[in-house]
Write a protein that binds this ligand. Structure first.
Ligand code: SF4
Length: 347
């Protein structure tokens, strides 16, 4: 399988008329500058020069929330710039992310014209009350309509959802995942809510109206969501915001995060937790007192089976007095495993 590379291009959504309470775009819009075609070219060229695997699958991704919300002429200019590289066979595809209420026939036509392959929609929640509470300015009906239109025109559909939004319970988050699964996305991103400086949510947090969920709560909810998506073969392409200078531990001076379930290895916590649960479930089913268990997995999964800072191995020893041995085997598919009990207390 070809290695996949994303060439990320951040498109600031200047003057976004919406007011999502978790978003700081209003407070930082003065510091933002709209990118130019030249910036796009420079980013792509830089990437193409530096990528080692020349045969890799390369995708230009316009990130930043609402690509189809920016000026129509600008969209066309940006798409055209990236499309030139597709024509020259230097990149393979284009991806954009946008809001569900910014998808219409005219936009679909434009995105088709420049061979955009993937459209990701910021959904956040399937609950209209919560969408209203966070000032999204669209309903879940908009998500349904846009998702249908995207699939009908044979784009690859992606969804982004949030966990721990104001007034959203774990059940609400699970219901959002259920509602998304019905819309048949190919991929999802899951973002636990972080309280960021300069947002309405920061005010709500400061005056006690909003209480963020803890890392443990966020991990528990995300584990359930990932298991649901995995079961339906929907790829979970991100769990948690990427760590940057701004998105880092709230105790760092440079961090823009005030509170919330931030963890630098959030995805690993979720995936390790799922492995831990499956090992424990296997042990509990047996009618013997297990002393040592050997888990054989694809090399990619080894760290997740052992756990962040060996947490799984340590917990198994402490709670069940079981030693964990992890073996690697390239022939086992990623996510699959062979779990064998290698010693029991009766041996
Ligand atoms: S998250 Fe909401 S407020 Fe922020 S840029 Fe996107 S649509 Fe606008």
């Amino acid at each position: 399988m070809k290695k996949e590379y994303i060439i990320p291009i951040f498109v600031p959504h200047l003057g976004c008329p919406n007011d999502c309470t978790f978003c700081n775009q209003k407070s930082i819009s003065g510091e933002q500058k709209m990118i130019t075609s030249n910036d796009i070219k420079k980013t792509i060229e830089y990437f193409l020069e530096n990528v080692k695997d020349k045969n890799a699958y390369k995708e230009v991704a316009f990130f930043g929330g609402s690509f189809t919300g920016i000026e129509y002429e600008k969209q066309e200019e940006f798409l055209k710039t990236a499309y030139e590289y597709i024509k020259d066979k230097k990149i393979d595809s284009i991806r954009i992310s946008t809001r569900p209420d910014y998808i219409n026939k005219k936009e679909i036509k434009l995105l088709k014209k420049y061979k955009v392959k993937t459209i990701e929609l910021g959904v956040q929640s399937s609950n209209d009350y919560i969408l209203k509470k966070i000032g999204r300015g669209h309903t879940f009906e908009d998500v349904k309509k846009a998702s249908k239109m995207i699939r009908l025109h044979r784009f690859k559909l992606g969804h982004q959802m949030m966990v721990g939004l104001p007034e959203s319970t774990k059940i609400d988050d699970i219901n959002t995942a259920k509602a998304l699964i019905k819309l048949k996305p190919k991929m999802v991103r899951i973002y636990p809510v972080l309280v960021v400086k300069g947002t309405q949510l920061e005010k709500e947090y400061e005056n006690g109206e909003y209480e963020p969920i803890s890392v443990v709560q966020a991990v528990e909810t995300c584990k359930e969501l990932v298991a649901m998506f995995n079961k339906k073969n929907i790829e979970v392409i991100r769990i948690g915001l990427q760590t940057t200078d701004e998105i880092s531990d709230p105790s760092n001076d440079a961090s823009e995060v005030v509170a919330g379930p931030y963890h630098p290895a959030f995805r690993q916590l979720v995936e390790s937790g799922l492995w831990y649960d499956s090992i424990v479930a296997k042990i509990k089913k047996l009618n013997v007192k297990v002393k040592e268990v050997q888990v054989t997995v694809n090399p990619i999964d080894v760290n997740n089976v052992i756990g962040h800072k060996k947490e799984n191995a340590l917990k198994l020893k402490e709670l069940y007095d079981v030693d964990l041995i992890v073996e690697q085997d390239d022939n086992i598919k990623q996510g699959k495993s062979k779990i064998e009990v290698t010693k029991t207390y009766n041996d």
